[in-house]
Design a protein around this ligand. Structure first.
Ligand code: PEP
Length: 254
């Protein structure tokens, strides 16, 4: 089996001004200084705080992600941000298809697909989020939902570098609820995803790409989740807003 370097990514959502972003990145970097961790670390500030997070992360191992990307490169698209803009602001990753975007902002599998295509074109590493709602899980639809989000999100998209393509399995019922999927529940879906990706992009690709788990990850549950064979790190919301909490996850996930 290929060794995959885990990624611990913090999704700050609509939190942190530029000044607060600088403080948080500086505190995370200070906690990591002089130690070697086995994982990659990424933070995703809101757009207005990206440049300050990038400046604070310079010379540290912390990468910066956008929380979304539009598929056109420029034009009359009020409120949108292009891949080129993220890239020139210093981002190397971008979160796409987060369930909050799908739930509150009308994101569909097709818009997710177009955003993934734009990220790949701009050489940004997409963190492609997918996951089932509680109703879907209880109706026994988890695998059907995951399969259709995956195949529709990837239709016509052919990333060629497995190290630059990331999926985050985030069961919607576990996001911000304090309710985490058990390691067994998460592993079952991750293994399924890896098999499905193998069918779509080739087994070698699937074996090398990272699949993150997201949904109420904290230092206390990170180790058991990250120990699962197909879980290659975490996408962390609430617990990424505080340096000590996030560093705890980085330590456990390494
Ligand atoms: C997220 O927003 O991607 C997330 C997983 O949030 P939380 O960790 O707060 O559940």
């Amino acid at each position: 089996m290929a060794a995959r370097r885990p990624i611990i990514a913090g999704n700050w959502k609509m939190h942190k001004t530029p000044e607060e972003a600088k403080e948080l990145v500086t505190a995370i970097a200070a906690g990591m200084a002089g130690k070697s961790f086995g994982c990659e670390v990424v933070v995703a500030p809101p757009f207005t705080s990206i440049t300050s997070a990038v400046a604070a992360a310079a010379g540290t191992p912390i990468g910066v992600a956008g929380q979304n990307v539009y598929w056109e490169d420029e034009g009359a698209f009020t409120g949108e941000i292009s891949g080129g803009m993220l890239k020139s602001a210093g981002c190397s990753f971008v979160i796409i298809g987060h369930s909050e975007r799908r739930q509150y902002f009308g994101e569909t599998n097709e818009t997710v697909r177009r955003r993934i295509e734009a990220a790949v074109r701009w050489n940004l590493v997409p963190i492609f989020c997918l996951g089932e709602t509680l109703e879907e899980r209880e109706a026994g639809e988890t695998f059907n939902v995951i399969r259709s989000e995956l195949t529709e999100g990837l239709r016509g998209v052919r990333p060629d570098d497995p190290l630059r393509f990331v999926i985050a399995y985030e069961p919607v019922w576990a996001i911000g609820t304090g309710r985490t999927a058990s390691p067994e529940q998460a592993q079952e879906v991750h293994a399924f995803l890896r098999r499905e990706i193998g069918g779509l992009l080739g087994e070698g690709f699937a074996e090398r790409m990272r699949i993150l788990y997201g949904g109420s990850v904290k230092a206390s549950n990170a180790k058991a989740l990250m120990a699962c064979e197909d879980i290659d790190g975490g996408l962390v919301g609430g617990a990424s807003l505080n340096a000590e909490d996030f560093l705890g996850i980085i330590r456990e996930g390494s």
